[in-house]
Design a protein around this ligand. Structure first.
Ligand SMILES: NC(=O)c1ccc[n+]([C@@H]2O[C@H](COP(=O)([O-])OP(=O)(O)OC[C@H]3O[C@@H](n4cnc5c(N)ncnc54)[C@H](OP(=O)(O)O)[C@@H]3O)[C@@H](O)[C@H]2O)c1
Length: 277
């Protein structure tokens, strides 16, 4: 398989070429500083990747050795991790490893790979449009030069949150990862009711709700000195229409429901981590 990059390029190998891997390498694949290789076992998915990303090399399995200066990104499902790691264990020569997998601790990965240089990350789906946020935990063994390379990769797909301890990578799941679905759930409720209760056309309702979200976030970002509580108060006149809606949320303990949803999501992450480790 050919590639057009100079030998001085940073090689990044993705084990698993699914949604998250693609979100990370899509933009990088057009950057001459990187040589992207993707290990994808599914032939149809391999064919699609080759067609969409002519600059990357795609292989069915990792049958070749990686050098210490290469980067290996583990982008398979947590339940696929143990078998996949054990299968490549002898090919990786202490290269830098970046896991994007939810739940699996460095200790687990280390026991399957016997590699001391493992970085944990937790990106989210808006990374596919460079609007993501990635939590990154760097163990002490990672050098400043390596950190700069990994920061560069994840800065390409959005913001970085530097986790101070590994557990923050797990704690961020309900805050930035599952949270995407939580926001969609709220949007679905708004759109369905705009259509079914108030008779709006579904496409108009979708566009209106999207604009409301963009506008709300835009105002928060444009006014960093004003609390969100104050911004809400400014739209909520006493005895006005908005107040009736907010009181309905309060009567039904909406904040508490959000808290429970986040806690249950986090707890499920811990259960799954136990199951797959
Ligand atoms: N998607 C998200 O929102 C998100 C967010 C943050 C983190 N993550 C993490 O990212 C990881 C990947 O998620 P994803 O959504 O990208 O999953 P995905 O779309 O299923 O991608 C994984 C791909 O890896 C392939 N694969 C599995 N084992 C392999 C092996 N041994 N060799 C080669 N290819 C292999 C799978 O092939 P098959 O189809 O044959 O199984 C699949 O195409 C997960 O660990 C997840 O926790 C995902």
């Amino acid at each position: 398989m050919e590639n057009n990059h100079s030998p001085s390029c940073q090689k990044i190998v993705f084990l698993g070429g699914g949604n998250m891997a693609e979100a990370i390498f899509a933009k990088l694949s057009t950057n001459d500083k990187f040589k992207i290789e993707v290990i994808q076992r599914n032939p149809d998915k391999r064919a699609r990747l080759k067609e969409l990303y002519p600059n990357i090399s795609v292989y069915p399995s990792l049958d070749y050795p990686l050098a210490a200066e290469d980067i290996l990104v583990l982008a398979i499902k947590p339940q696929q991790a143990k078998d996949a790691c054990l299968a490549i264990k002898d090919k990786i020569d202490n290269c830098l490893i970046v896991s994007v997998m939810a739940g699996l601790a460095i200790n687990n990965l280390n026991s399957w790979l016997t590699n001391a240089r493992i970085i944990r990350t937790m990106p989210n789906t808006p990374s596919a449009i460079q609007k993501g946020v990635t939590a990154i935990y760097y163990p002490q063994s990672i050098t400043a030069h390596e950190k700069a390379t990994i920061d560069y990769i994840f800065n390409n797909i959005g913001l970085i949150y530097y986790a101070k301890e590994e557990v923050e990578v797990d704690k961020i799941l309900p805050v930035t990862s599952s949270a995407i679905a939580f926001v969609y759930y709220f949007m679905e409720g708004m759109i369905d009711n705009a259509v079914n209760k108030f008779g709006f056309d579904p496409i108009d309702a979708r566009n209106l709700v999207c604009q409301v979200l963009e506008g709300s976030v835009g105002l928060v970002k444009a006014n960093p000195e004003i609390t969100i509580n104050e911004l809400r108060a400014r739209v909520t006149s006493k005895k006005g229409t908005t107040e009736q809606g907010i009181l309905t949320f309060e009567r039904n303990n909406f904040q508490q429901i959000i808290g429970e949803a986040m806690q249950n999501s986090f707890n499920r992450g811990l259960e799954l981590a136990k199951e797959f480790s």
